[in-house]
Design a binder for this molecule. Structure first.
Ligand SMILES: *Cc1c(COP(=O)(O)O)cnc(C)c1O
Length: 361
């Protein structure tokens, strides 16, 4: 088999050593004679694995003791509802920073559950796509929380510094950036992430929430979305996504063996630098995002000649570089280069892009 590199935005590629290990123990996990997915989530052996996975995530992200880590269902979009249901009292408003399509969708959903103040920070000109710097965001000091999306998966926009909210709880949708570089968790009230980009398979959602934010949910909050219920039951109020939890645990171990978040951040930095350099050095490809806000996880790029898009996709696929088609709302190409994408994958893409340019200019 020749090598394939999968640039899908999500569900995304997983580390090969993780999948190999999962395959080896697929039908007989830890000599139980069963697959991990056939075991009760309340069995001692499963619980031990679950506890270890949480401990590893806490270690990787240096999560302080006054934060709960919840293993939930419902994906990123489930949290678009759960966040206001749990944190937005009826007499309060919440600030929603809109920087791209996911943060916009979060704001639209939140409007179903309370008063939302939308703050659009896009600053686009014909030649450049940029954002308003966070010091200038017109935040409401009385808001219940400020919601933002540090990495816009579709648009390829990343906010690199943590905004100062002067005591108002900061809520971040980190679905496509969690574990890609170090963050100071203590600066956040709540962090959530669907697993299928940088953690594991789909079906699992991680919520990291400061304890003082628990216990204020709206009365109509479904029990499976109530953070306090989840926390009080160690994320096992109902059956958790057991196989996804197990695979996430394997990914956390893989990341620890690699040297942790600090080590992967260096590799991610190098991958993104190589790809943006190749785009900027060429007049055949372009990315018009302000260098300050370019995503290190999702790199959209456009061929100057639109008519070559189809050919680019067919030939890159044939070269083992899969799923490069851009999001339907944005067009062009998008290379998602999450933690599991090795440096060699980006090298292979850059080489292909340069050869394609030579053949078609
Ligand atoms: C993928 C993604 C989502 C949606 O996740 P689902 O699990 O499909 O609901 C939300 N936010 C961001 C930033 C994403 O990248």
């Amino acid at each position: 088999m020749s090598e394939f590199f999968n640039f899908c935005a999500g569900p995304a590629m997983l580390p090969t050593p993780v999948m190999t290990k999962a395959q080896q123990e697929f039908v007989n996990w830890q000599d139980t004679g069963s697959s991990v997915m056939e075991l009760s989530h309340r069995s001692d052996i499963y619980m031990a694995m679950a506890v270890q996975a949480e401990a590893d995530l806490r270690e990787l992200m240096s999560i302080p003791d006054n934060y709960k880590v919840l293993f939930c269902h419902g994906g990123g979009r489930g949290q678009f509802s759960a966040v206001p249901l749990n944190l937005l009292a009826q007499d309060k408003t919440a600030d929603y920073i809109v920087s791209g399509s996911w943060s916009k969708a979060a704001a639209v959903e939140a409007k179903n559950f309370g008063k939302i103040n939308v703050i659009n920070i896009n600053q686009d000109t014909a030649s450049q796509s940029s954002l308003m710097e966070s010091q200038k965001w017109p935040l409401n000091p009385e808001a219940a929380y400020v919601h933002y999306c540090p990495n816009e998966t579709v648009n390829g926009l990343e906010i690199n510094t943590i905004p100062e909210t002067n005591g108002v709880p900061l809520v971040a949708d980190m679905s496509s950036t969690i574990l890609s570089h170090e963050v100071d968790v203590s600066k956040f009230g709540l962090i959530y992430a669907g697993a299928q980009k940088n953690i594991g398979p789909s079906g699992l959602t991680i919520v990291i929430v400061r304890e003082d934010l628990l216990g204020h949910a709206q009365i109509a909050t479904p029990c499976i979305m109530n953070y306090k219920t989840a926390a009080d039951n160690n994320s096992m109020y109902n059956t958790p996504p057991t196989y996804a939890w197990y695979l996430a645990g394997l990914v956390f171990q893989w990341l620890k063996d690699l040297g942790g978040v600090e080590a992967i951040a260096k590799i991610n930095q190098a991958k993104a630098a190589l790809l943006y350099q190749a785009i900027d050095d060429s007049d055949f490809y372009q990315n018009i995002i302000d260098t300050e806000y370019r995503s290190k996880m999702n790199v959209p790029f456009w061929l100057k000649e639109d008519s070559l898009n189809e050919k680019f996709l067919v030939e890159s696929e044939a070269a083992g570089l899969t799923a490069l088609q851009g999001h339907r709302m944005v067009g062009g190409m998008r290379a998602s280069i999450y933690n599991a994408m090795p440096f060699e994958g980006v090298q292979a893409l850059v080489e292909f892009m340069q050869q394609f340019e030579k053949r078609n200019r």
